[in-house]
Design a protein around this ligand. Structure first.
Ligand code: ZN
Length: 455
């Protein structure tokens, strides 16, 4: 491959236009020795010394570099880039020689910028792991990872914007580790690693932060690290029925209201009905339930909402439970569950109108009253005391309609990301990958707004 020194840059020919690299002109293309498409090219930008900024025309030597580049028309490309090593025209310049470069192929690069950008976009936009993106691009994991890191840091703000509704949820980071104590023979837990995540429930920021550990101190520590203005902006915090989160929020955000996720409240009541049913069957038959027992046959129906039962299913439940004293205990528990749901059903999403606090507390009172009247069912008393402990948070959830559903869905994404990566060694990498995953949908929607009908 030869071309004359000081040859004027030719007008962009078809091959160079197709190749599409600024400041680089294709001089020849053909099938290489290994069957790959070989593209010979040269840099046609003025050679500017990076030391002093002088343009030089004095060629010292020619070097051929082979940076990895993106595929062209689906074919792997071997890019043979002929660069000139120039002698600096400025006598006083400490840099005697330098190699010419173009934006896509900066000095000492072995990979073109566009290939790195492509690999980084595979991770940020399509959720492919850096390992897979590297395999596809033919470059190493560290190269993709650092390109992804740069791209992600541009997309993610360091400090989260204020949120009115904050969600807190936790997930396990890796398996717990155990060791047998040789002296005592006891199994000792070495590590039980959890991450507590903070989510933006009504905006598009996804994951706001993540801390290791799941104590009230860990959780409060992250909240206390936010600016006072950010903490003041939080109006409602949605949590699961977890006393650790409640105590952390009370400590760090004393002015915020706490809403407990109502799904978990109903789940608790459904579990209580199951507990009573299992105990009743054991008392009745002296063994655990099996198919063929009438009480066992309605176990699925008991978990359903009463308004979703057909009249036949409703009659089947009543008929089965009325047959024995033990069955009647199950009926009491089932009614208690529905009384609790009556209070939760007052939320605006169900009724279409804003509920009033007195009404919610009134219905909760009638649930407590029912449990008190049937104190011979111990599970009812346990449930009633748990609900009473969380009453204010339940009422807030019903009145504000704030749920932890967004946290749960983003938490699922966080776990999925960890599985895709077969676990993370580095918590900072994990946090960045999860934040990118949580905001991916928002970024796609912003990039491609959906056209409405008739537009
Ligand atoms: Zn110079």
């Amino acid at each position: 491959m030869t071309f004359k020194d000081n040859e004027p840059a030719p007008a962009k020919d078809t091959a160079s236009v197709l190749f599409g690299m600024d400041g680089v002109t294709v001089t020849e293309a053909g099938c290489g020795d290994d069957g790959r498409l070989a593209v010979w090219a040269r840099i046609t930008l003025p050679a500017v010394c990076p030391g002093c900024g002088t343009v030089s025309e004095r060629v010292h030597q020619y070097v051929t570099t082979r940076p990895r580049d993106v595929r062209a028309c689906g074919q792997d490309v071997e890019l043979c880039l002929v660069k000139r090593r120039m002698r600096c025209a400025e006598a006083a310049c400490p840099r005697r020689t330098f190699t010419e470069w173009a934006p896509q192929v900066p000095p000492r690069c072995a990979i073109t910028r566009r290939l790195l950008e492509h690999a980084a976009a595979e991770v940020t936009d399509r959720g492919i792991t850096p390992a897979e993106a590297g395999r596809d691009a033919g470059i190493s994991w560290p190269s993709v990872h650092s390109a992804f890191g740069q791209a992600a840091d541009q997309l993610l703000d360091d400090s989260p914007a204020p949120v009115a509704h904050l969600g807190i949820d936790e997930h396990r980071r890796g398996r717990p580790r155990w060791r047998t104590d040789e002296a005592t023979g006891e199994t000792v837990q070495l590590a039980d690693r959890w991450h507590v995540c903070f989510y933006d429930l009504d905006g598009n920021q996804g994951l706001l932060g993540q801390v290791e550990g799941r104590t009230a101190d860990d959780t409060a520590y992250w909240l206390a690290g936010a600016t006072p203005a950010w903490r003041d902006a939080v109006q409602v915090v949605a949590i699961d029925m977890c006393a650790i989160f409640l105590s952390a929020v009370r400590r760090a955000l004393p002015d915020a209201r706490v809403a407990v996720d109502l799904f978990h409240v109903v789940q608790l009541a459904v579990k209580m009905v199951g507990d009573v049913r299992r105990r009743a069957i054991r008392e009745l038959y002296g063994r655990r339930g099996k198919s063929g027992d009438p009480e066992y046959g309605i176990k699925g129906l008991l978990t359903r909402n009463v308004e979703n039962l057909s009249p036949e299913q409703f009659d089947k439940i009543i008929g089965t439970l009325d047959a024995s004293a033990e069955g009647q205990q199950v009926a009491l528990a089932w009614i208690a569950k529905e009384k609790l749901r009556d209070a939760l059903k007052l939320r605006a999403r169900v009724t279409g109108s804003t509920p009033c606090e007195r009404q919610v507390r009134g219905r909760l009172f009638s649930f407590y009253d029912w449990c008190a009247q049937n104190e011979d069912v111990p599970e009812l008393i346990t449930l009633a005391s748990t609900i009473a402990r969380w009453e204010n948070e339940i009422v807030t959830a019903v009145l504000t309609g704030v749920t932890n559903a967004t946290s749960e869905s983003l938490n699922r994404l966080a776990k999925l990301e960890a599985r895709r990566a077969y676990g993370f060694r580095n918590p900072a990498n994990q946090r960045r990958r999860v934040r990118i995953a949580c905001t991916r949908g928002t970024r796609h929607r912003a990039a491609r707004p959906r056209a409405r009908h008739g537009e």
